[in-house]
Design a protein around this ligand. Sequence first.
Ligand SMILES: *Cc1c(COP(=O)(O)O)cnc(C)c1O
Length: 398
Amino acid sequence: MSDDIRTTIGLRPVINVSGTMTSLGASIVVPQAIQAMEAILPQFVEINDLQRMASKVIARLTGAEAGFVTASCSAGISLAVAGAITGNNLLAIEKLPDATLEKNEVLVQMGHVVSYGAPVDQAIRLAGGKVVLIGQATSTHRFHMENAITEKTAAAVYVVSHHVVDYGLLHLSEFVEIAHAKGVPVIVDAASEYDLRLFLAQGADIALYSGHKFLGGPTSGIVAGKKELVRSAFLQNMGIGRGMKVGKESIYGVMAALEAWEKRDHAGIRERETGYLKLWKETLDGRPGVRALIEPDPTNNPLERLRVVVSPTEAHITAWDLATALSRGDQPVIVRDHEVEHQHFYLDPCNLHPGQEKIVAARLSEELDRARASNEIIATPLENRSRHRFDGILRWPD
Ligand SMILES: *Cc1c(COP(=O)(O)O)cnc(C)c1O
């Protein structure tokens, strides 16, 4: 532990079974990206030439005509929308987010307006886009979209995420068909998706990815798609994109991460992760009031997670109190708890260093044994969780 940078500087050595979360430092950056960043950091480069090289790598891996690297996928949404609004008009680019242009409306299905840490619609509004919601939370029909397209429509944004409503909405192929019938470009937020080709293959004009999620690159976003639209998005670096800039290390680091992704032993990694899930399931099976279920990823990424369902009367603890207990102590385990009010949380196996899976298993046993031995059921009111959710951040930096 003593050579762990985190304990050296006084941070808690958290173990991440939550997923690729910005709040936890996203992902484990692959060695190839770290080496690339180290190599380029002391050198000067002509940044647009470096982005030209990134464009080639992105094109090769995604099937796009062109691409570039930006600060984050969220930045990518803003830049792609801005590009659709301004085209290559440099004056309009400087004027954003004041959009006096004839086209600034951006269609989004209501069931796609989620938060990935910030609201999807804000990324659009930052770019001068006027969000036009189509459908209702759990239903969008063709007529909603067809009738929402006007001569002011600049783009349509489609979000792929476990956060979005997963029924009753328009599928991407239909969304693209309706948009393209009226000449409207489609921008897909695929931040957290493994498949780098699928969405462009399904007709998206731009697909956006995070560089720091499954790819294991530095904090960054990847914009990939039709050349003209990608260029218009890239030109925003002389406008709103300036505040979202990436340095040479991120551009070159993502290039290396993409190349490593191409060669990664995906089957081997999945086998290792499946082993973690089995270990945790064996640890939990047979414990009173606990059920462990291996479940596929909701957006079809090639991975499973372990759903841990907790019955407080038998386990003597609620799912949220168990999640909180696990997050405390010398070896804090941070679980995936965004649905915890349903009395379950998930364990995500994708962000572990070898050996940490055993610590997770031991912590689960420890906290469940402790709860079981307690005479009272550990059940803090769920409302307290939401009431105090932002206390910490509102006190920051104290
Ligand atoms: C993570 C995520 C984002 C934000 O990605 P960043 O690269 O962290 O900005 C946007 N959309 C979805 C669906 C995400 O999962």
